[in-house]
Write a protein that binds this ligand. Structure first.
Ligand code: ZN
Ligand code: ZN
Length: 391
């Protein structure tokens, strides 16, 4: 997520406000007994296709009094695995969720086929380097004949506008390429960690990591990226991203304020469909993408928390109002998200990317007000089955 993180890092008051709103940890056992929801990994393993929530908090913040890791999810289809976003703690959560294989390496990710990054905010990618670097040791990342396919945003191509607009223009970081995309980022990470990688290859017989991971920038339809500083265009049809014998993955542009491009993803399997909103305000493109899906996994922010946090800042009221609008213009509130799921016709709404990451579950339950389907308040390590069960 963008704006709250920037405010939080630059203004101490916000984090103090967050601390005042702490709540009890949420239990993955809260929602059990449904045909589409399993409450333990053992039950969930009976589903051919399942969603596993690896981390459910938003923002590059180690939330006080919260057991939510950074945002990350997995789709498991038989023995094939796919990861959506890699926030802080994703690797540990793969282990805890029982999604690492029992093969030759401790970090067995042979069955990881794809990684899909919604956007390049750090709270969505801070464990991506760890996934690559820990994964390839012991030969566990992908296979020589089936490298892990990483898909995500390409280069933004122009700098974001300065906010608030009257602030002086800051110095640009990495002016030679200030907006690296997914492919740039992956190759730069491999270069940055070459000391470790070469040691593992030369001294320990690790495979060449470059043969185990292939990163791709999602190519936007003609004209769709014309102005990264304007609202994203409506897409008539989703972008085709990835397909194999288990799944077809499509994407659309969502509206995450200045963070362009930002994507939502749809996974269509023979057992049903799962859609991830990524970070976005209410987005017609996302509603189209989520049409009649089985599971809509959607971000959510507590508007009351945003207002309370920003109202505490020592700024003139017009600046505070601008920050509030900026923040809410890039995310979806508790009051809005149920209507999104209703309009899309989603069967089940699964909330994740909670901001703040430490509110009691009761507050999030209010998201069900405008939604006639099933609401699940996501929690780390929750397994949710899709479609048919094995015998
Ligand atoms: Zn985020
Ligand atoms: Zn974001």
């Amino acid at each position: 997520m963008c704006d709250v993180s920037r405010i939080a890092m630059s203004r101490r008051g916000l984090l103090r406000s967050a601390g005042a709103l702490t709540g009890a940890a949420m239990s993955p056992m809260l929602f059990s007994g449904s045909a589409s929801t399993a409450d333990t990994a053992g039950d969930a393993a009976r589903y051919n296709t399942r969603l596993v929530l690896l981390g459910t908090s938003g923002g590059p913040i180690w939330w006080e009094d919260s057991d939510r890791s950074g945002i990350s999810s997995a789709i498991v289809i038989g023995d094939a695995k796919y990861v959506v976003d890699c926030g802080d703690g994703a690797g540990h959560s793969l282990r805890k969720a029982g999604l690492l294989g029992q093969g030759e390496g401790q970090n067995d990710l042979h069955d990881l086929r794809g990684v899909f990054l919604t956007h390049l905010h750090s709270d969505h990618i801070s464990d991506y380097p760890a996934l690559l670097l820990h994964g390839f040791v012991g030969g566990g990342l992908g296979r020589d004949d089936r490298p892990v396919q990483v898909h995500g945003p390409g280069r933004r191509g122009t700098l974001p506008e300065v906010f608030p607009p009257d602030r002086p223009e800051p110095d640009v970081v990495n002016p030679g390429n200030p907006w690296p995309g997914t492919a740039d980022m992956t190759s730069s990470l491999i270069e940055a960690f070459a000391t470790d990688i070469n040691d593992r290859i030369f001294d320990s017989g690790a495979p060449d990591i470059r043969a185990r991971v292939q990163a791709h920038d999602i190519v936007l339809p003609e004209g769709a990226g014309a102005d990264p500083n304007a609202a994203p265009p409506r897409l008539e049809t989703p972008v085709e991203v990835y397909e194999d014998d288990r799944v077809k993955v499509t994407a659309t542009l969502v509206d995450h304020g200045q963070v362009f491009p930002s994507f939502g993803y749809r996974f269509d399997t023979e057992d049903g469909s799962v859609v991830f909103s990524g970070d976005t305000t209410v987005s017609d493109n996302l509603i189209d993408l989520a049409a009649n899906c089985n599971l809509l996994v959607h971000e959510v922010v507590d508007e009351a928390w945003v207002r309370e946090s920003i109202e505490g800042l020592p700024e003139p009221q017009p600046i505070k109002d601008a920050y509030i609008n900026h923040m809410l213009g890039a995310h979806t509130t508790i009051e809005q998200v149920g209507g999104v799921a209703e309009e899309a016709g989603a069967g089940t709404l699964v909330l994740n990317h909670f901001v703040p990451g430490n509110l009691p579950a009761g507050r999030w339950q209010q998201a069900g007000k405008d939604f006639s389907g099933r609401l699940i308040i996501g929690a780390d390590l929750m397994h949710i089955g899709v479609g048919r069960k094995h015998d």
